[in-house]
Ligand binder design. Structure first.
Ligand code: SGN
Ligand code: CA
Length: 759
């Protein structure tokens, strides 16, 4: 058995607990020691009990800070039904400047799990992305240190959770009434009741009964509410009856003084509320000039008869009154917007009431069980939401209301009750924070920072705390919000809209509602310059460069056709062998045709190479149909990067980032495939050619992705070269693309490996 040296000789000695004077494991315990403890080496007196804190991470969907009473200055102060969330703030700390990295559901959750910005964790948007659950995540890292981790409720990452001791998730967006849940064995089960109540029940059950009581734990309890279509528990439907909600000043915003891109949205209370789905009318849309038709209220359809009866008793009288007033011509255009706004806000807040009650039930259990003392409790939401500000619902824009995430945290004995801070934090910080409080090291490639120094110090920023956060939204057709990215300091918001090559700059101190962009105001010229520099610096630090940011070439007809043709081939059925790359791979259909036929003609092989592609194009294609139905692929041969070199002599470490992304996409979408990662073929005739050199150093980096399990790196370049290292014309006439002889060398060189990898 492994012998540990005496405690005093180990790296980073464990701290003595002040409370007991005995050596218990406190958060500073180093990682290697923890790992040993987890391996069962618990015989030494320094590891008598694992007293590391538990974490209960309660998390909702689309809950704006403005709809939490504890948040200062919100429109719904003292109206929002959040006494229990407020309690966490009152007994702990409230973060006023807490931001997401990408204001939409799946991406925000991926930011949290990985501690990385979207371009590095690969989950950029809700539509095309697919979470690679086998990448490094904080739950998995915590389990490695002996924690138990459970995930209950909304997940929305298009692949089932990996790296949890227990999970039970909603499929996709999930349903409000009588929802289905996906169980760990992959089956689906329908439960009666309101989704928020069930999520609380399941979370509490795991905490009370099902977890391993000898281990510290993390419970992620993730509510569906208040996501669209804002549906409260039946017992809350009468809340706010007869109340008139306050309206934001910008409810009728005309977007003057800002980019024209804002007016292109499809998320207006005025024009984009559905008659049935959002506004809760039954029957056909009677006023198509004011309501969108089309989506009925599917939540209503899930209810049983008695639930429907209770629902109708609340909604129908109000609906009928509105219909009568409309028919009588009593309501002006603005009155109609106001009516929709009232319905929307009340429904939104009603759906929060059961979230808050759930939070209350969890707090109560912590009090009663004695767990409260050693349990960190957090409430947060995947991003904020527009509650009528700028005339909107939904999120996505880098404006305050949806860019901000609520974040309140209680940690008895560490956080001073009732503290508030304006320090800038972001969802990429959660993972590093959890690892820090649990005594684990944050891996160097996580991009967030632990907020523990802020928690321990009343929210005061340490000298080296960040002065800006970086934000990206990648654009989706839903709600027509254009892609943009930018930076936010404590005072300013700057973002860039590529569609119009336009900057927007807001002075949030003078213009907290962000009604005028001052990017062209000469008195802000210096501020603008400084922030633009900050933007470039942050992008560089976060490795948000071209090789990793997905890009299409749909503007080129031939490229689009080839891409669609490959999608068609992929869709036609499973393939065993995939070749992924650029023109050199595409060339199997040209100079390499006969060799392909000889080696791969009968092997269910698919060519996914497109001439001129760089890593960023391959990333885009693999997420947009090229791998459809390829979950069972056995081997993927990847060779990509020579155009990153050729077009801009890109820094090899950037190109390698792009290749790493491709490997991660393959892991998520073709989970059983082994990857044969080829060193990028030599270019330039002579060994000292400049581009040859870049490819050589790229290859050194690619070699590091070899793990001998899933990824196998192979460099066959020598085979193309003569003894002096010269690249002969008979093999690659243009010193880049092989002719038939080159393809023969390629096929021969990898054949044995392909068989070894299971082809
Ligand atoms: C659904 C909603 C959208 C919402 C997205 C993303 N439409 O598509 O309004 O923006 O989810 O929300 S609905 O018709 O289904 O209500 S997210 O929180 O999951 O990102
Ligand atoms: Ca959301």
């Amino acid at each position: 058995m492994t012998q540990l040296p005496p405690c005093s000789q180990r790296e980073g000695p464990p701290r003595l607990s002040k409370a007991t004077g005995s050596a218990v494991l406190e958060p500073v315990m180093n990682h290697s020691l923890l790992s040993l403890c987890c391996l069962g080496v618990f015989l030494l007196p320094c590891a008598v009990a694992d007293k590391r804190p538990n974490i209960i991470f309660m998390f909702s969907d689309d809950h704006a800070c403005n709809a939490i009473s504890a948040y200062p200055g919100g429109l719904f102060d003292n109206i929002a039904p959040t006494p229990n969330i407020d309690r966490i703030a009152n007994e702990g700390m409230l973060f006023e400047n807490s931001f997401c990295a990408n204001s939409i559901c799946g991406p925000s959750r991926a930011n949290i799990l990985t501690g990385k910005h979207s371009h590095l964790n690969g989950f950029l948007d809700n539509n095309s992305s697919h979470f690679d659950g086998r990448q490094q995540t904080f739950p998995q890292l915590l389990r490695d240190t002996g924690y138990e981790v459970a995930m209950i409720g909304k997940w929305h990452l298009h692949s089932n959770p990996i790296g949890f001791d227990f999970w039970r998730i909603l499929p996709g967006q999930g349903a409000y009434y009588n929802p289905d849940f996906i169980e760990m064995d992959g089956s689906r089960k329908r439960y009666e009741g309101h989704c928020n109540d069930l999520v609380t029940d399941f979370g509490l059950k795991w905490i009370k009964e099902d977890r391993d009581k000898d281990k510290p734990f993390v419970a992620m309890i993730q509510f569906k509410a208040p996501h669209r279509n804002w549906s409260g528990a039946l017992r809350h439907l009468e809340l706010f009856k007869g109340v008139t909600m306050p309206e934001p000043d910008s409810l009728f915003d005309d977007y003057a003084g800002r980019s024209k891109v804002l007016a292109e949205h499809a998320m207006g209370i005025d024009k984009h509320m559905y008659w049935g789905h959002d506004m809760k009318f039954n029957g056909p849309n009677l006023f198509p000039d004011h309501f969108s038709s089309g989506i009925v209220n599917r939540q209503y359809q899930r209810m049983n008869e008695s639930q429907k009866k209770a629902w109708d008793a609340v909604y129908e009288p109000e609906n009928q009154k509105f219909i009568a007033d409309m028919k009588a011509g009593k309501l002006s255009k603005k009155d109609i917007v106001r009516w929709k706004y009232q319905r929307y806000i009340k429904d939104y807040l009603k759906s929060i009431a059961s979230v808050d009650e759930g939070v209350g039930r969890v707090l109560k259990h912590l009090d009663e069980s004695g767990l409260a003392k050693n349990t960190i409790v957090i409430y947060s939401s995947d991003q904020g939401f527009y509650l009528g500000e700028h005339g909107w619902y939904d999120k996505r824009w880098m404006f305050e209301e949806s860019f901000k995430m609520p974040f309140v945290i209680r940690w008895p004995g560490v956080i001073k009750a009732g503290s508030k801070t304006k320090a800038l934090i972001q969802n990429i910080d959660y993972g590093p924070t959890f690892l820090d409080v649990c005594g684990a090291k944050t891996p160097a490639d996580m991009q967030g920072h632990s907020i523990v120094p802020l928690l321990r110090n009343g929210g005061k920023r340490p000298a080296n705390w960040r002065d800006a956060v970086y934000y990206t939204y990648y654009g989706e057709s839903t709600h027509r919000v254009a892609a943009h990215d930018g930076v936010r300091t404590e005072r300013y918001t700057l973002f860039y809209v590529p569609k119009y090559k336009e900057w927007q700059l807001f002075d949030n101190e003078k213009d907290p509602q962000q009604m005028k962009s001052v990017h062209e105001d000469p008195s802000y010229a210096e501020v603008l310059k400084g922030l633009q520099q900050k933007y470039r610096d942050l992008k560089k630090n976060y490795r948000a460069h071209s090789a990793i940011l997905p890009d299409d070439r749909l503007g080129q007809e031939w490229w689009k056709n080839r891409h669609l043709d490959m999608n068609k081939k992929a869709n036609s059925g499973a393939h065993d062998l995939l070749f992924i790359g650029d023109s050199i791979t595409q060339g199997w259909e040209g100079s390499g045709k006969e060799i392909w036929q000889k080696y791969y003609g009968k092997r269910k092989a698919l060519n996914l190479g497109i001439s001129g592609d760089r890593t960023e194009h391959v990333i885009w294609r693999l997420n947009n149909g090229n791998l459809r139905r390829q979950q069972k692929a056995k081997v993927a041969v990847v060779m990509i990067g020579t155009n990153n070199t050729g077009h801009s002599e890109q820094d090899p470490s950037e190109t390698a980032d792009g290749v790493e992304r491709i490997l991660s996409i393959l892991r998520a979408r073709c989970p059983n495939a082994r990857v044969l990662l080829l060193g990028v073929f030599p270019r330039d005739e002579m060994p000292d050619g400049r581009k040859r050199g870049i490819n050589d150093s790229l290859n050194e980096k690619l070699a590091a992705f070899h793990n001998g399990k899933r990824v196998h790196y192979l460099n066959i370049n020598e085979r193309f070269l003569d003894e002096s290292g010269r690249l002969p014309k008979e093999i690659m006439p243009d010193f880049l693309h092989p002719r038939e002889k080159g393809y023969a060398i390629w096929a021969e060189a990898i054949e044995e490996k392909l068989i070894e990898l299971g082809l």
